[in-house]
Design a protein around this ligand. Sequence first.
Ligand code: C5P
Length: 209
Amino acid sequence: MIIAVDGPTASGKGTIAKALAAHFGLPHLDTGLLYRAVGRQVSLNGGNPDDPGDALAACAFPDSLLDDPELRSEATGGLASRVSIHPAVRQALYERQRHFATQPGGAVLDGRDIGTVIAPEAEAKLFVVASVSARAERRFKEMQAQGRAVALAEIAADLEARDQRDRTRSEAPLTAAQDAVLLDTSDLGREEAIAAAIRIVERQAGRPA
Ligand code: C5P
């Protein structure tokens, strides 16, 4: 079974995807990490994330970069969203994601275009959303826990800028697949959101083809 979990930044999709993978015994790929690695590699190369050539060159990042804690920073998230608009970058990362999705037994992938582009045939598709204030609050707490000091208003502004860029890009914009089920986590705690996601997947996986 392929499970596609899409949605905007800090909507809870990563947590949900990981929990679904554990629940259903499937491998999990956080596809945002690939775009973050490209963004980080551009910056290490001294390149420009808005330049398609520089961004494409950075797709040859070493696998060891995926363990770099800097990938989780807001700054790298911003770079990721800039490199991800280039069609050549999306193409370069396509095979790796497609290969993961189609492995025997299935997989859980989370990102922006899993249900629409990477695995449109996925048996279960969730589109996870949450209000900007709920998402900013979560990110704020995460950053506080990591000892990083950032203003809540700044986080909210960054989230909105990133959403805007992800939704309006011409290639694979952030949008729910027609057959995705919307899950709004604004008012749900972690465990409630996970339980709701499991119910949705069970329903979708059990539906007639
Ligand atoms: O999910 P995460 O915040 O780690 O993703 C970072 C950025 O990578 C997103 O803002 C988006 O621009 C890009 N991305 C994408 N397609 C995916 C996953 C992430 O364009 N499947």
